[in-house]
Write a protein that binds this ligand. Structure first.
Ligand code: ATP
Ligand code: MG
Length: 407
């Protein structure tokens, strides 16, 4: 194939150039020292993982038009959500027919500390993790729809999962079928929910079969339950509020409720109605990064949304305890918290176990809280840390009891 065998590559800065890979052959036949094995969900297109100094990357081989559409979708979504795969490169094997399966490839960054949904399956269903899964999938769909993204193929396999303090976070990894609009119509959102329900039903039938459970005992309610949580969250975020002119506290109330749910607020629109006696409020809701943004600004720490919420309250507790209330006192206190609490504990956790050390810090905080509650007094960090390590570094207890138990 000679020089023809070097593809056109479009690569984002700060990443390897991927030129050392054997692009002249289909990825499924690669035998290369950069290849690494990683768990995956069910998928049609060949997917391989490659390790570089910069990290692990995922290469998905597919026809050029689909590759291009997916790459550009992820590029556009980057500005709107943190819960979609990070696009790194687009590969065009110009010597192939553009419709052929091997004519293109999309390179994304491996989503660190993530796992496919099969990792969450316990016996015939999701057991105690079911509630967390519902919130994760519903929350992500709401966030995508707010950003104007029609997914077109929401399924458990097209998501990856990460522990996020007491919750689970879902990340979108498959966007071949997706379209971005300024705003989605109600019909488009409903269609996306229908697709999600039908995909989840298929996946639940697979899980049942895999576990040797009769098909009519499969968890076919899962999709409907995701939809129910989606709808209640959607209503809460998009509810229009009509207030009198002396009720502006309700605007603040509304904003802090949205922030509590993790959503940032882009704009608040106030329009007079009823000849100016009443004011109608509409809120433009942004991404679900309220706490993670704040944590990054205050401390430079990168964490997911619920982790950030938990860590911010640890920081607030530290500042209160050390009497740091002025602005300069707070920055000095924050520095002290970073160097005496967060950083040494995270380093110790990294040395003790694999996985996401920031999640480890959240697990530790939770353990410290349980100890303090039991002893009815504050626990010094060092003592709580030794105790937590001694009992095997447990994570969060699962909130919801198993919904179903099939004997
Ligand atoms: N950025 C990523 N980080 C980690 N794993 C990933 C990433 N992208 C994809 N994967 C893994 O590869 C699998 C297949 O990816 P994907 O769903 O995009 O392939 P597909 O062939 O297009 O799927 P489909 O059959 O739904 O079209 C995923 O289930 C996931 O486990
Ligand atoms: Mg897929």
């Amino acid at each position: 194939m000679g020089e023809m065998a070097t593809p056109h590559l479009q690569i984002r800065p700060g990443n390897p150039d991927f030129l050392d890979l054997p692009w002249d052959r289909p990825v499924s036949s690669w035998d290369h020292h950069r290849l690494v094995e990683m768990p995956t969900g069910i998928h049609r297109h060949p997917v391989v993982f490659v390790a570089y100094e910069e990290g692990v990357f995922v290469i998905k081989e597919l026809p050029r038009p689909l590759a291009s559409a997916e790459y550009h979708l992820f590029r556009a979504l980057e500005e709107r959500t943190t819960r979609s795969a990070e696009p790194v490169g687009l590969v065009d094997r110009v010597w192939h027919d553009p419709q052929s399966e091997q004519s293109g490839a999309v390179i994304t960054r491996y989503v660190d500390h993530s796992f496919p949904y099969r990792h969450l399956v316990s016996g015939p269903g999701f057991g105690p993790r079911r509630g967390q899964l519902l919130d994760a999938v519903a929350g992500l769909l709401v966030e995508l729809h707010l950003a104007g993204c029609f997914w077109g193929d929401c399924s458990l396999s097209n998501l990856l999962y990460r522990y996020d303090a007491e919750a689970i976070e879902a990340v979108m990894v498959d966007g071949e079928t997706s379209r971005l609009r300024d705003r989605l119509s109600n019909g488009q959102r409903a269609e996306d929910l229908e697709i999600m329900k039908s995909n989840l039903a298929g996946e639940m039938a697979d899980i049942a079969a895999m576990n040797g459970v009769e098909i009519d005992r499969a968890d076919f309610e899962l999709g409907r339950d995701v939809e129910a949580r989606y709808l209640s969250l959607w209503v809460e975020l998009n509810e229009e509020l009509v207030i009198t002119r002396d009720e502006s506290y309700r605007i603040r109330e509304r904003i802090s409720r949205l922030n509590e749910l993790g959503f940032s607020v882009d704009d608040v629109y106030l329009d007079p109605v009823d000849g100016g006696n009443l004011v109608r409020m509409n809120i433009e809701v942004g991404g679900r990064t309220f706490h993670s943004e704040r944590l990054r600004q205050q401390t430079g720490i990168d964490a997911s949304e619920n982790q950030a919420r938990v860590i911010l309250s640890d920081l607030a507790y530290f500042l209160a305890k050390h009497g740091s209330t002025t602005a300069s006192g707070k920055s000095v206190g924050t520095f002290k918290w970073l160097t005496t609490s967060f950083e040494p504990i995270v380093a110790r956790i990294g040395a003790e176990r694999e996985g996401d050390p920031v999640q480890g810090y959240c697990d530790f905080l939770h353990h410290r809280f349980l100890l303090a509650q039991r002893r009815r007094q504050d626990m010094p960090n060092q003592e709580a840390l030794e105790d937590w390590i001694a009992v095997g570094m447990p994570g969060f207890e699962l909130g919801e009891p198993a919904v179903e138990s099939i004997a």
